[in-house]
Design a protein around this ligand. Structure first.
Ligand SMILES: *Cc1c(COP(=O)(O)O)cnc(C)c1O
Length: 375
């Protein structure tokens, strides 16, 4: 009779079916590439769990390289960075709303200001707490998401300067199409620099910033002395011509869970969108859209990498599994490691086939995928 054992910490734990290997050393290399291109200061953007790479781990590594700021999306992310023991200044990239402001003031995080009402509210909280808060003036030069849009910025700055508990230490704006429209982006840099001049020039602000990764890589920075790269730190260039300089950070992996021979005329996966036309050796792999691998690549000719070769995905990606055509590869067996994307299958290629962007692929990798760190 089989004896049932309780599952304890000492019970052998099965390895994960899908995991992401994160090369922390590559992060540092990519930060140094940003430094070579742009000699000013850097705000490393680590929003959305460091683009799915793991907020705490990434923040620790990047902070050790010396940063002006870590850029986050919300107070929850800022809190996690502090809880991880990272002390770098924190900048909130988007608009804050009223319920977040008391904590922002208390913890000295740096918000950007898009309206006088916001500024007055921050000033009010800072007064109550007996503090002075550094804030950045956000100006909308074309993104349409935040910042002051009006033409009387000198007047607005003057009004902001009347608030005794705020220090306007920086000015920032954002680029909507640095990777798509060079002419527009050049004009945006000119406009932004013109705005700085109209507000008293570069001496007026400690920090002036406009660029994301594409802005940093592709454009002369004018008066800007701070840049906000995200994607390029994670090893992907939004502009052609820089990809070779960057090191892959995330490699998404899984395993072959099953190898079978299907006869001709056999459907593969939901909807039977793919039907074999010949006897076909098919591998089932333990990853699917439940792990964040995009179902949209189904039928678009996406490949995976096994034992140094590409194999095409057959039919639709399912929630937990996908199938590939192994025909001609007698050496692939159950348990083999599969690269879903990484150094051999670029994440850019997968994003293109899924008709989306790399940012969405990275941030869509779900918590079920174990992040494994090495340097
Ligand atoms: C996300 C974000 C960035 C970083 O953009 P990348 O294209 O990933 O480099 C920079 N600035 C702002 C305001 C952002 O929201």
């Amino acid at each position: 009779m089989t004896r049932l054992e309780a599952v304890t910490d000492s019970f052998p734990v099965s390895p994960p079916r899908a995991w992401a290997e994160i090369d922390l050393g590559a992060l540092g290399k990519n930060l140094r590439v940003a430094r070579e291109v742009f000699p000013g200061a850097l705000m490393a953007v680590v929003k959305a769990g460091a683009y799915g790479h793991g907020l705490e781990e990434v923040a620790r590594v990047l902070a050790a390289e010396g940063l002006a700021f870590l850029g986050v999306a919300n107070v929850g992310e800022a809190r996690r960075i502090r809880d991880a023991g990272v002390q770098s200044p924190i900048y909130l990239l988007g608009a804050t709303w009223s319920a977040e402001r008391e904590e922002i003031v208390a913890r000295g995080w740096t918000p950007c200001i898009s309206s006088l009402a916001e500024a007055e509210d921050f000033n009010h909280h800072a007064a109550l707490q007996g503090k002075r808060l550094n804030v950045h003036l956000a100006v909308d030069t074309g993104m349409g998401r935040g910042g002051f849009v009006v033409d009387h910025l000198p007047e607005i700055l003057h009004q902001l300067e009347q608030l005794p508990h705020l220090t306007i230490e920086g000015i920032g704006s954002h680029l909507p199409s640095a990777d798509e429209d060079e002419a527009f982006t050049r004009r945006q840099f000119e406009r932004f620099c013109g705005i700085i001049e109209s507000l008293g020039g570069a001496e007026r602000f400690k920090w002036m910033h406009l660029s994301n990764s594409a802005g940093l890589l592709g454009y002369d920075q004018g008066l800007c002395n701070l840049s906000r790269p995200g994607l390029m730190l994670y090893g992907v260039s939004p502009l052609p011509g820089f990809q070779e300089k960057l090191a892959t950070v995330m490699t998404l992996k899984s395993r072959v869970t099953l190898v079978r021979e299907l006869p001709a005329g056999h459907g593969v996966s939901y909807g039977r969108q793919f039907v074999t036309t010949r006897p076909t050796r098919v591998a089932t792999i333990g990853i699917g859209y439940g792990d964040g691998y995009p179902r949209h690549v189904s039928g678009k000719g996406a490949d995976v990498w096994i034992r140094g070769r590409r194999f095409p995905i057959l039919g639709r990606v399912t929630m937990d599994q996908l199938m590939v055509d192994l025909t001609g590869a007698e050496d692939v067996v159950e348990g083999d490691e599969v690269e879903i994307f990484g150094p051999n299958i670029s994440v850019g290629e997968i994003a293109l086939k899924a008709e989306t962007i790399v940012w969405e692929i990275f941030t869509g990798i779900t918590p079920r995928v174990l992040r494994v760190y090495h340097s």
